[in-house]
Write a protein that binds this ligand. Sequence first.
Ligand code: CTP
Length: 405
Amino acid sequence: MALRKRKIVLGVSGGIAAYKAVELLRLLTKERATVYVVMSANADKFVTPLTFEALSGNPVYHQVFDSASSSLMEHIRVAESADLLVVAPATASTIGKMANGLADDALSNLFAAFRGPVLIAPAMNDGMYANPAVKANIETMKGRGVEFIEPEHGELACGTIGPGRLVAPEILLEAVKRQLSLKNDLSKFRILVTAGPTHEPLDPVRYITNPSSGKMGFAVAHAARDRGAKVTLISGPTRLAVSEDVRFFSCRKASEMNELVHKQLPSCDVLIMTAAVGDFAPEQIEKEKIKKKGGESLVLKLVPTEDILLNVAEWKTGQFVVGFAAESENIIQSAIEKLHNKKLDFIVANDISAPGIGFQSDSNQVTFIDKEERIEQLPLLPKREIADHLLDRILSLISPADGRG
Ligand code: CTP
């Protein structure tokens, strides 16, 4: 039952080894994972979509432009909340498409839109596997954080003996479990995470906000959930999907987030405040839409919102509190000041002026600073990896006995 409540997308491409994907699907569902199968254009020459549909209990996505087959959009929605995409078997052609961003069948389309962790199990002729272009494609994808399971050495469908055979379904299952980092090292902890921007309304249609997408906070919440923590996520408005086993509260204004944090704080051990809380709100919210009055300017009076972390400094009863600092200058110094002013245990400093990272992006480059002002600068990393590094550091500070300090 180790995979209960895990959502896995199983990508199958067109090779003889596709029959092993049927067995993998059976093993995954036996462990209670929810599995959605996506097939490449040629995969149905080896196994019918109906087989996968019957065994998974879910629609199979196999034709991009067929209205009878379930649609790309529907599957992208599924993939948004999936914990893992595992492609087994992955042929040379499918690997080539994935490495180069081509999207001309169901599997390559889904891969192009997928943002979570990916595990690929190649299977092909040994000559193909040794081909420099195939090797380069695999290296490219490894460089982007995709995990590969090396094929086995053995008798291949073409009759030759060499590396290229898809590993056994049981080994694939173990790799899936490893990839989902079912290490459970946070199972003793209740973690409260905030995410997203806030909206401070001016009138029924207008509001003040910032470009936060919520991706960092959702990545932290899902990473903590994967490591066994009991996770509560409080988020301002985002487009992101949240996993069912995270307790979720949505809010809009800073004052609402403040209230939710106040309520949830007593029942958590760690608070990770990634939310980009608006600092100012209109003093007055107009009941009706504000009208233009000729060429007159509109003067707004903004008042400070609640500083949630400053309030937490008063409310906390032993919780480990982590803040995020969005800075555009004197990054480290300003973050250290926030760490002390807000009585935090740890702060993650974030240079919002650097192009292509931070808000909206899937990657970020951050610096960790603890209460002793020890500084650790991380390289540019996917937000999910930053989340895992952050959780490692928190764990080493709250449970040094675990030997991670
Ligand atoms: N924060 C908060 N309540 C606010 C504003 C921010 O709890 N009203 C939290 C954020 O979630 C973050 C930390 O405080 O964890 C730092 O946020 P940041 O926007 O970097 O700093 P501010 O405190 O708002 O200060 P300034 O905008 O002046 O740099």
